[in-house]
Design a protein around this ligand. Sequence first.
Ligand code: PA5
Length: 403
Amino acid sequence: MKVKFELSHFPEKSYEEVLEEVEARKLVNPEEMPFSKLPCEEELLKIKREVKRLKEKSDSLVVVGMGGSSRGAKALHEAVGKRDEKLKFLDNVDPNLISKTFNELNWERSSFAFISKSGRTLETVTVMNLVLDQLKKRGLSPQGRTVFIGDPGNSFQQLARELGSAFIPIPKEVGGRFSVFTAVGLVPAIFAGYSVEKLLEGAFDLLETPLPALYLAAAKYLHYQAGRKISVVMPYSSYMAEFTEWYVQLWAESLGKEGKGQTPLKAVGTASQHAILQLFMDGPDDKFFQLFFVKHYAEDPKLPQECYILPFLAGKKVSEVMEAEFKGTVHALKSRNRHMVIFEMEELSEYQMGYLFMGYMVAVVVMGKLLGVNPYGQPAVEIGKKVAIEELRRESNDEGGMQ
Ligand code: PA5
């Protein structure tokens, strides 16, 4: 395992006892984790072939998708960090965001991935229509420039056929927020030049030895039972902020059901130390902390030999300042008897992200079982989606528009 895992504050119990207490081992059944079936070589080759086609016509890919249909790729892109604008994400119907992105695009050299499992998500379909309209107005064919990704047989597949665009299916049994290892995450990753082999290797290694995911689920469950209904995720890296978004969706949508659930809360070290740490330390003991520390950085500037105001900074690397701050937070939290797990990552790489994605997906399913909720689906969210669609339909009828 290349991610060091340290679980604090079960002083009176061994890991084994913790697992035994919740019988977590018995809860891992690959049959019930369809996302654990990683794509085979042939599937990967197919995806790579489609991406190659897109790249012939474009230098950047705009990912249009909501929630699970874009968050994984976004988190990977930010963390692994070839931040060269190869990927853009349109994951909101904020008119300003759409206009700004459209204005800045080199349309002749851009391609588009429309991603929706259902093929009916309001935001995705709205942006997709705007993009297709722009392509038309600019005399650019969607062929070779657009790829549709969704459930086999959904409206996206039909539309792709009509437009002569590519369509890549998502395995039906893999839910949106669990789909990062399908074409949903892999198309953007391959386009941006990341090693999907390394990403999948990380996921595979976790599946080979899933103990850390079990400990995580068991610990979070026991703390939940002890009244810690909030689970904080706090990486010490600005480039894991998107990962915290991915985590929030996974933990909230999977477990927030039937009056149960553990509220995910995101923070980023060191910035959040100057905002929320006071509450973490001195507020109610209702939180379980997940801290992430990155050991090596691609770039690590050194301070000058003579420093103003704080002379002890002289000659230090920025990572040393980061490490001191991280240790300070761990120490401070421990001194207040706060409960935590620490992930130590060698660096932010495809491997590490694959490991984390898979670890958390396994953990949330086990946690769902412990809580007695079905981690798949999000029935309550669907109510809001329906109302929004009805609202637009009604307005459209009032004005005599199309249904
Ligand atoms: O996890 C989920 O299933 C959801 O968050 C979906 O990813 C999100 O609602 C987008 O749905 P779709 O992929 O159908 O457009």
